[in-house]
Every structure is written in C-alpha cells, then in structure tokens.
Design a protein around this ligand. Sequence first.
Ligand SMILES: NC(=O)c1ccc[n+]([C@@H]2O[C@H](COP(=O)([O-])OP(=O)(O)OC[C@H]3O[C@@H](n4cnc5c(N)ncnc54)[C@H](O)[C@@H]3O)[C@@H](O)[C@H]2O)c1
Ligand SMILES: O=C(O)C(=O)C[C@@H](O)[C@H](O)[C@H](O)COP(=O)(O)O
Ligand SMILES: [Zn+2]
Length: 359
Amino acid sequence: MESLQVQSYSNSYTVYVGANVRHRLASLCNNNYQTILIITDTTIENLYLEDVKHSFSADQNVHTAVIPAGESSKSHDVYFRLLTKAIDCGLDRKSLIVALGGGVVGDLAGFVAATYMRGIDYIQVPTTILAHDSSVGGKVAINHPKGKNLIGSFYPPAAVVYDVETLHSLSKQEIRSGYAEIVKHALIDNASFFQDVVQHRSIYSISNEVLIDHLLRGIKVKASIVQEDEKESNIRMFLNFGHTLGHALESELGYGKISHGEAVAIGMLFAIKVSEDLLSISLPYNELYDWLKENEYPLRLSYINPTDLLEKMKLDKKAHNQKIQMVLLEKIGCPKAVQVDHSWLLKKLTKFLEEMTVE
Ligand SMILES: NC(=O)c1ccc[n+]([C@@H]2O[C@H](COP(=O)([O-])OP(=O)(O)OC[C@H]3O[C@@H](n4cnc5c(N)ncnc54)[C@H](O)[C@@H]3O)[C@@H](O)[C@H]2O)c1
Ligand SMILES: O=C(O)C(=O)C[C@@H](O)[C@H](O)[C@H](O)COP(=O)(O)O
Ligand SMILES: [Zn+2]
C-alpha cells in the first residue's frame, strides 16, 4: 500500500492507495465514530457495499443510503433526500459520512458532509479511475440545470482510501472517462508523463502495475497543486484544463449524456487548438486526437449551437466579470490561465464544432 499526505487549510489527510484496502477502511482511519452513513450508488451497492460495511465493528451504527448511479444524481433533489436521511439516521456532529463510489458519489456525499450541521467528517472511498482526481482536493458540489458544479464548497475529506482492486469491474466508458483526467494531469505537468501514457495504445489492456503508476502520478500532480492553492485563487485553475468547454458540453447535452472525462477530452483538444492559435505555438494535437480515437473516445458530436455553448462557457467558475478564462498550454507542462475574447472564441468554437459534427 502507498500513502501520501495532503495538507489542507483545515486538516492534514492521508490518501491510501492499495489492493483490497476497502476491507480495512475503519482501521485506516481515526475510527471513533459511533454513527456512520455510507453513501453509495446502485451499481456499487451490489459490488462493494457489504465489504465496507463489514470493516466497521458491530457496536457502531452503520447506515446506508443508495442513490441512482449517474451524473443526474448530483442534483438538488438527491442532495436534499440525503440530508433527510442523515437526520433520520440520527447523525450528529461527531458522525461520519463515507462516500463509496466514483466522482458523483464523492462530490455529492462530500457536499452533504460539508453542509450537514455546518460540516461533519467524511471519507472518500473512490471506486473509479476518474476519482483519483475527484477524491483529492476537497472540491464538493452538485450541478444546477444551468451549469456544472455551480453549488458547492471546498471541504477536504478526513481521509481517502483508494482500493485499486475495485477498478477491475469498470466498464470501457468509465476507463476512458478516468484516463482523460490522467492525460490532463500529464499535460499540465510534464511531457514525459504524457508520453508514458500515450505510448500505451490501448487503455483497456494496461497492466495493473502501469495503471497504479499513472494513478499515483496523477494524484501527486493534483496534491501538489491543491496544497499550494486550495481555494483556486491561482494555480489550481490549471486542474481545470479542458473543463471550460467540457463542462459546457455536459450541461448543454444534458447531464450524463456524455461522461465527464469524455467531455473533458474534447475540451482538451479545443484548448490545445486555442493555445496553438493564441500563443503561436505547436502542440501534439494530432498525437492526442489519434490516441483518443484509437481508445474509442466519442469525438463526433451531433449538432450543437455554438452560441448556446458559449453562453454555458460564461458560467464557468474561472470567468471573472463575465469574461471567459481558459487554461491554455504554452508547452506541455506549462499551463497558463488566459482571458479570451468572446467573438474570437465563438468563431474558433464554430469551426471546431463543424469539424467534430457528424453530418
Ligand atoms: N471534485 C473534483 O475535484 C472532481 C474532479 C473530477 C471530476 N469530478 C466529478 O466527478 C464526476 C464523474 O465521476 P465518475 O466518472 O467517477 O462518475 P460516476 O461516479 O458516475 O461513476 C461512473 C459510473 O461507474 C459506476 N462505477 C463506479 N465505480 C465502479 C466500479 N468500481 N465498478 C463498476 N462500476 C463502477 C458508477 O455506478 C457509475 O455508473 C463528475 O460529476 C465530475 O464533475 C469532480
Ligand atoms: O480539482 C480541481 O480544481 C479541478 O478542476 C478538477 C476537475 O477535474 C474537476 O472536474 C472539478 O470538479 C472541476 O471544478 P469546477 O470548479 O470547474 O467545477
Ligand atoms: Zn474534471
């Protein structure tokens, strides 16, 4: 098992990464909790819920709440139902919430923990590749129909317990969704990390050893950034590479129609094109495009109105005074936040969408 310490404004927490650590969840954390609510989704309920429940002792009150799997659960309705469940289960300020699942469960359960009785402890137990990103750094949120993650908080977990054995049951779509965030971490960090990832032509046949190496490198990139700028006043924006368009696509197409990572992959291609034009540089656009295509990322979109998409991009949280800011790359490993002129961006976006649209 590997472990890594993350220093936050309120606490320092450990990220444990290893095989079968879900069975040791309770012993890995400060386990003085009398009442525990495990929040998970309908898919994970049948796979790993019992293991996590059994890691607690018989004299602890362990409750469970199961939400429908998928992005549409990051909603006000499901959030409110979970708060009601927490009240009904008798959770108090010394209770614990366990977020057992991917980024949806993590963001949602984390936001419940952040707001229930003004904040109680929670532990992230990620079960997707993507959640190597979402479980670290304390961003918790739900979506608004108008935009992604518009309601949320910065609320660090008490611990992260990442059982890599759970990743064996992921579907191909979830593998590629998660790998998009690994590629993002590589592109903002350094060229050799990027090359180490894209040299693997198929992410579906990557060995466990290589996957764990990629996950640990991704977590290290994320941890070092959030430790320096937890509340995103500066360099944390770099973790948003590919997200200005990615989030707009998720919201415009309807939450869950495209996965988060798939949308971010398209957003990264667009951010690379914008970087090349605005900064007069050359980046490995074709190399990334071909790799994404070989790995079956959906790179053909049905018609989307570029003006509507641009409106969604204005709701991005990096925007200031309604001016869109995108994370661009000066070169691999050198990200930069840049304010982009809207009419120029609309032209670029229109052309990009034309190239990506199926007739
Ligand atoms: N807070 C952050 O810093 C941050 C970072 C990145 C993404 N996110 C958010 O994370 C969300 C996406 O997370 P995700 O991709 O993990 O989605 P998800 O949580 O919806 O999981 C994807 C699907 O995989 C299933 N699943 C999860 N673990 C499984 C397993 N081990 N075996 C089989 N199936 C499994 C789930 O039931 C779901 O159907 C988005 O809402 C995104 O905005 C947050
Ligand atoms: O941790 C961050 O900071 C990120 O930007 C990581 C992203 O991968 C993640 O999708 C995050 O939820 C986006 O945050 P938002 O502030 O743009 O909603
Ligand atoms: Zn993301």
